[in-house]
Design a binder for this molecule. Structure first.
Ligand code: NAP
Length: 289
């Protein structure tokens, strides 16, 4: 049990609702392992209270926090500085209080990239196909751009949202080869995909018998491809089971969750390493409970 002292520093996550967040379990496990005199709390902040909450956080000396739905985009105009990655993504998930200023960044991009680093690929010759065009897809596009993917194809079900998604990257600091497609373009795209990423919630617990692709569509995925599902429960999703059956490499969303958290903790504690193994174990224990 964490001992709260007169010097305990405060970290946390803001969201609404926030009860489902796994971040407190993951971060408090790491802080306990480090013996760091910090505590990480969930804060249910209503959208209309965001500005007041930030003022209150500054007043009580909150050192940093994560932002989740619905604050990831709304918080941007309230921050003093936003780093180029978060600006390009258009969302902030990590905020730190430094020299009387709130600084925002996005560690989802680093989290997404972490498990891909173990695969030796000529990324500048690789084609990425991303299913979905919501918030997480933005971090994935930024990640694929950082990898240097030759082509990035985003597939969605709403043409207007897809066009807005594409337009939103016009002034990005990244140079990217991004194309958007309706869902019925999948038969043409899947056989070309070297990296296929599911950023939709299709297949997420409790709808575990669903997949964004039919078995037939998945059968056209090259067997050397990487299939990456951002969903972390169930483990594996039907999408990843289909991909593994096809001979592709399957990556689930747990490591992204761990590594976006680890990257945030490094920023707050200003240290190079944090116990990500402890964070992973704490998450697995919570997910299996
Ligand atoms: P979001 O902003 O709501 O975006 C979801 C996207 O999926 C939208 O483009 C939506 O399309 C599309 N979609 C939803 N249902 C669909 C369906 N039946 N058919 C086709 N498209 C559908 O959500 P998000 O924040 O990006 O999160 C997406 C998923 O990623 C969630 O499962 C979340 O848990 C996971 N995630 C994981 C991590 C991690 O660390 N592992 C981090 C972030 C997110 P419309 O826009 O047309 O509705």
């Amino acid at each position: 049990m964490t001992i709260i002292t007169g010097k305990t520093k405060l970290l946390g996550v803001i969201g609404y609702p926030v009860e489902h967040s796994l971040s407190p379990v993951m971060h408090n496990a790491a802080l306990a392992q480090l013996g760091a005199d910090y505590v990480y709390l969930p804060f249910a902040i209503k959208p209309q209270d965001l500005q007041t909450a930030l003022q209150g956080f500054a007043a009580v000396g909150v050192l940093g926090f994560n932002a989740t739905i619905p604050h990831k985009q709304a918080i941007l105009p309230l921050l003093s500085e936003i780093d180029p990655v978060a600006q390009a993504v258009g969302a902030v998930n990590t905020v730190v209080f430094k020299e009387n200023k709130w600084l925002g960044t996005n560690t989802d991009v680093e989290g997404f990239l972490a498990p891909l680093k173990s695969y030796d690929r000529q990324w500048n010759q690789q084609i990425a196909v991303i299913l979905g065009n919501g918030g997480a897809a933005r971090a994935v596009v930024a990640g694929c751009t950082k990898l240097g993917c030759a082509e990035i194809h985003v597939v969605g079900r709403d043409i207007q949202k897809l066009q807005e998604f594409q337009k939103s990257w016009d002034n990005s600091p990244f140079s990217l080869n991004l194309q958007v497609h309706p869902w019925d373009s999948l038969p043409k795209l899947i056989p070309q995909a070297n990296l296929l990423v599911n950023t939709t919630p299709i297949g997420m617990y409790p709808k575990v018998t669903e997949s964004p692709l039919s078995s037939e569509q998945m059968s056209y995925l090259p067997d050397s491809a990487i299939a990456y599902d951002l969903i972390y429960i169930p483990k594996p999703t039907l999408f990843l089971q289909q991909a593994a059956h096809q001979g592709a490499i399957a990556i689930d969303g747990l490591e992204m969750l761990v590594q976006q958290g680890a990257a945030a903790l490094k920023i707050w504690l200003q240290q190079e390493t944090v116990p990500d193994d402890v964070m992973r174990q704490a998450l697995l224990k919570q997910l299996n409970s």
